[in-house]
Design a protein around this ligand. Structure first.
Ligand code: C2E
Ligand code: MG
Ligand code: MG
Ligand code: MG
Length: 281
């Protein structure tokens, strides 16, 4: 009996593997032409300053509306884009479109002050092409002030070739662009990265924030990240704020900025403009 179950399990596993592989090939194929067919768009999630609750910026998040599959989550296609190399053409298009939108916001934001925009950059974008030149080009094309552009990279993007990445990040920072470490705390060597890689901010991963009201260890770690970052002169952003209580605790602990569903989900460019200027709504 067990043997039969085992055999079935084995066959099922293979079928699942094949399906996963087929889906990957299929997604990769479709992703190649997706931008030109207008299936990809940018969503913006508002980022707030905790000290006064002001809207100060946004994170750019890619969205794919596939004609048959419907909305495909970045978790399902960024990886495909990265491994297939599609990200090498997609990344610069996202950067350029995002800078264009951000340049447009500044006029609307008016006296509310300038709004920054952060753009996620994948590991491959740090290793192929010249990201610093691409960024410089997008800023020149769109007229966005460099200080209003932030790039987010994960700890894994930094792994491996720290010397090359450090030099590249230095060049990006020389442009006036800020560099943030995304999903901070999920890697094993976050602290050593901060010694070797020049960054302006860290985004505390939402897995720390999720239980912050009930898990005293998570709260202690979050507090430690905040004070450590501040002693290094680094800005701290909390991700995944889903409850008012989390917002209150983070504010009390001196966290600088926050984003999350409770504060506001990612929205399209037009809807984001309404957040900036309610009169437009
Ligand atoms: P990330 O950079 O850590 O982005 C934050 C993710 O958390 C987003 O998921 C966002 O929708 C989600 N999120 C925001 N607030 C909350 C909350 O309160 N609760 C929960 N549970 N989730 C929240 P999304 O849009 O699905 O993106 C997933 C990941 O895909 C991103 O993680 C980023 O690593 C990657 N990604 C998205 N857009 C791009 C892009 O243009 N380029 C690259 N290279 N990666 C991207
Ligand atoms: Mg991010
Ligand atoms: Mg993150
Ligand atoms: Mg993430």
């Amino acid at each position: 009996q067990a043997k039969i179950a085992g055999k079935n399990c084995h066959r099922f596993y293979n079928a699942t593997m094949n399906q996963a592989m087929e889906r990957r090939v299929y997604l990769e194929h479709d992703l190649r032409g997706a931008w030109n067919r207008g299936e990809l768009s940018l969503a913006y999630q508002p980022i707030y300053r905790l000290s006064d609750g002001a809207l100060v910026g946004a994170e750019t998040l890619l969205r794919w509306l596939h004609p048959e599959l419907g909305l495909v989550a970045p978790a399902a296609f960024i990886d495909v884009a990265e491994q297939s190399g599609v990200i090498e053409t997609l990344g610069p298009l996202v950067l350029d479109a995002a800078c264009r939108d951000a340049a447009r916001w500044q006029a609307v934001a008016g006296e509310a002050g300038p709004l920054f925009l952060s753009v996620n950059v994948s590991p491959r974008q740090l290793r192929t092409g010249d990201l610093a030149s691409l960024i410089g080009q997008s800023l020149a094309d769109t007229g966005l002030a460099p200080a209003l552009l932030h790039i987010e990279l994960t700890e894994t993007a930094v792994l491996g070739d720290e010397a090359h990445v450090s030099r590249l990040l230095e060049r990006i920072r020389e442009l006036g662009v800020k560099v943030w470490l995304d999903d901070f705390g999920t890697g094993f060597s976050g602290l050593s990265h901060l010694r070797r890689v020049p960054v302006d901010g860290v985004k505390i991963d939402r897995s720390f924030i999720a239980d912050i009201l009930h898990d005293t260890d998570d709260l202690a770690l979050t507090g430690a990240i905040i004070s450590m970052a501040h002693s290094l002169g680094i800005v701290v952003v909390a991700e995944g704020v889903e409850k008012e209580g989390q917002y209150a605790v983070l504010r009390e602990r001196g966290c600088d900025l926050a984003q999350g569903f409770w504060l506001g989900p990612p929205v399209g460019a037009e809807q984001f403009l309404k957040l900036l200027d309610p009169a437009e709504a």
